[in-house]
Design a binder for this molecule. Sequence first.
Ligand SMILES: Cc1ncc(C[n+]2csc(CCOP(=O)(O)OP(=O)(O)O)c2C)c(N)n1
Length: 379
Amino acid sequence: MLAERFIDIIGADFFTGVPDSALKGLCDCLYERYGTEGGKHIIAANEGNCAALSAGYHLATGRVPVVYMQNSGEGNIINPSASLLNKEVYGIPVLFVIGWRGEPGVRDEPQHIFQGRVTLELLEVMNIPYAVINADTSEEELHGIMESFRQVFAEGKQAALAVRSGALEYSGKVSYRNNYTIRREEAIKHITAVSGDDPLIVTTGKAGRELYEIRCSLMQDHGRDFLTVGSMGHCSSVALGIAMNTKAKVWCIDGDGAAVMHMGAMSVIGAQSPDNLVHIVINNTAHESVGGLPTSAGHTDLAAVAAACGYKETYRVKTMDELDNVLGKARGGRVLTFIEVMTAIGARKDLGRPVTSSEENKLLFMEHLKKLGDRSLNG
Ligand SMILES: Cc1ncc(C[n+]2csc(CCOP(=O)(O)OP(=O)(O)O)c2C)c(N)n1
């Protein structure tokens, strides 16, 4: 179905969400129609944030808002659904549009498999009626589904549409860009060169895929890196947990979408202030891996946030020379450091995906950390 028709039939006038590649057609169409300013469409920090925003919209208008998300966002939205939207609390009607990654029987990345299997079950446990949207769901069928949800919304409850990958297409073409010039892959090459044998923790998104390929091209083993393939927004906390338990310097490569999703982690890192952690955010101002819609980080000085959270050294760089300079300082120093790297949007067309399983990655990484520990004990 065309995303344009999907939006028309749903008939809402407020949309908030976190982008998803399975919903790319819908995301592109909303972006073209409403942009991200003006109050009709808001790309939020995380899916719980969307639930709260939509509650505010309903309180102010009495109308039914739409929250769109990848199914990995179900976890983030469960608390505000159970304790804010739910009929037994405030009874706020919301339509959830959920991109169904990892659907049983459809090949997908490891982080999507379990989530894909429990996507509908979670809705059932939450008492949220749903319908599945396929590529061949007709407009009449969608009208019928929305008609059946009318009563659900009237009772102050939520309903959901689980959208199969590729079910919604957009006939327009959207291109995303910013004015920064640093290429992310180039920045990651320089970070790997400077970090040497130190453990490197990477976020979900394209950075991990690029790092994996850089290690292959340098014929280096993958044990140095922990590729946090799922749990968007949490890699800096994984890095903190490691840094507090090793003498080695720990380098974390985060994304702007991920950093914004759980920005509270920066306050916790600042409060702990481990002197062996370097937190780098690759800020391309976009959710690039899932289509390229903007994040709010294009309007936020993340280095200033880090300074306010208690990071001791903070930098914001826009050129490779500036990056090399601060990487050198971070290498030589022994102090909690934050580096925001303003980068262009875009990656190589032939960028692959890691072939090491997540379990293998964990074991190799733990072995590597142990070796570093033994070395520092011996040395
Ligand atoms: C909780 C959750 N919501 C949504 C997603 C879908 N998702 C995967 S990557 C991504 C964008 C990440 O953006 P950023 O951290 O800036 O990295 P980039 O994609 O630009 O490399 C999103 C939204 C997810 N994985 N988890």
